[in-house]
Design a binder for this molecule. Structure first.
Ligand code: NAD
Length: 331
């Protein structure tokens, strides 16, 4: 099997190179993202392997189909970046449904703790022997209410972590899990009651911009909002408006709706044209990271292992357990 591996970073090769050899697959590591312009690099390949910011639309599906590409191997759980409906009956789309939910939940907790206790500011201050505490006061999380949106794998890990802090945990999910020891409430009630809101649902037509002006207005003053799911869950203009109105105690964004082309790249020598991103960076209570919630050794190894298992299943006509189909899109 030949695989065109887009958006390659040095750390991807650590696991994929040996696994490729083990399976006897030829992996073409391509540093470029997968775009209309770079699609021709997959010529002669049986599958393409892509990451979260490689967007495959219906037109690209047609090109891949004409090139006899059989599969799209996603190195991610989320699949909002592929037009799955257009791929139906043409190209198999396979994802890695779960690799380390703890990795993402622990990162969401890290963002919350950083924002709340200002450890990032303290680090910079003490290195210059500025030992003043002024402006670094946080709040106890113990006894406060955490609102978890989406109680799937990552949401459940976040519920465990927040429970460990002694927080009262409430949750919203259109498909509640009766086995969880959590109080399910409506989304509106979650917005109104939570001191901390952490988003762990997929990006769908229903969830796009779930954090808009109306939602922000319902929230408590001083609320902490953490988004480690997908950027477009949050309406950025409304978020900036809320920040200017001093609504938030802190906002942690591991994802951003216009992250494509910026996140995962070193843009330190470039003029950033995205004014919203530049504006967000100016708020002292906003922490932006480059879509790295997943980035642990355990998660990277699991992503590589399952991606290659998916390729093997596709290559050998085995049951495709991780196929993303029309049903998943409807959900
Ligand atoms: P999952 O499929 O296990 O859980 C998602 C949950 O969201 C499900 O329980 C589902 O019922 C619920 N949901 C669906 N629609 C909803 C809605 N309208 N409102 C609230 N909840 C809704 O997925 P997961 O593994 O927990 O991952 C969650 C998301 O995290 C992914 O979709 C992905 O976007 C994101 N993610 C981010 C990173 C990162 O590095 N930052 C890594 C992996 C996943």
């Amino acid at each position: 099997m030949k695989i065109a591996f887009y958006s390659t970073k040095p750390y991807d090769r650590i696991w994929f190179e040996p696994l490729g050899k083990q399976y006897g697959y030829e992996i073409h590591f391509i540093e470029f993202p997968c775009t209309r312009e770079t699609l021709f690099l997959a010529k002669g390949c049986d599958a393409i392997c892509i990451f979260v910011n490689d967007h495959i639309d219906a037109e690209m599906i047609e090109v891949l189909y004409d090139m006899h590409v059989k599969g799209i191997l996603l190195r991610s759980a989320g699949f909002n970046n592929v037009d799955v409906k257009a791929a139906e009956d043409k190209i198999v789309v396979l994802r890695v449904p779960s690799y380390s939910p703890e990795a993402v939940a622990e990162f969401a907790a890290a963002m919350l703790l950083t924002l709340n206790r200002c450890t990032h500011k303290a680090y910079n201050r003490t290195r210059e022997f500025n030992m003043s505490l002024h402006g670094l006061m946080g709040t106890d999380l113990y006894g406060k209410t955490a609102g978890i949106v989406g109680t799937g794998r990552i949401g459940q890990a976040m519920i465990r972590i927040c429970g460990g802090f002694g927080m009262k945990v409430i949750a919203y999910d259109p498909y509640p899990n009766s086995e969880l020891d959590v109080e399910y409430v409506s989304l509106e009630e979650l917005f109104r009651r939570s001191a901390v809101i952490s988003l762990h649902c997929p990006l769908t037509a229903q969830t796009r911009y779930m954090i808009d002006r109306k939602a922000i207005n319902m929230m408590k003053d001083g609320v902490f909002l953490i988004n480690t799911s997908r950027g477009s869950l949050t309406h950025t203009d409304s978020l900036i408006e809320g920040l200017l109105q001093k609504k938030f105690g802190g906002v942690g964004l591991d994802v951003y709706e216009e992250e494509e082309g910026i996140f995962y790249e070193d843009c330190s020598g470039e003029i950033i044209e995205d004014e919203n991103l530049a504006r967000l960076m100016t708020f002292p209570n906003v922490l932006i990271t480059s879509h790295m919630g997943f980035f642990t050794r355990e998660a990277m190894e699991a992503i590589a292992t399952v991606t290659m298992e998916n390729a093997h299943a596709l290559d050998n006509g085995l049951p495709l357990q991780n196929q993303v189909g029309a049903c998943a899109v409807k959900e």
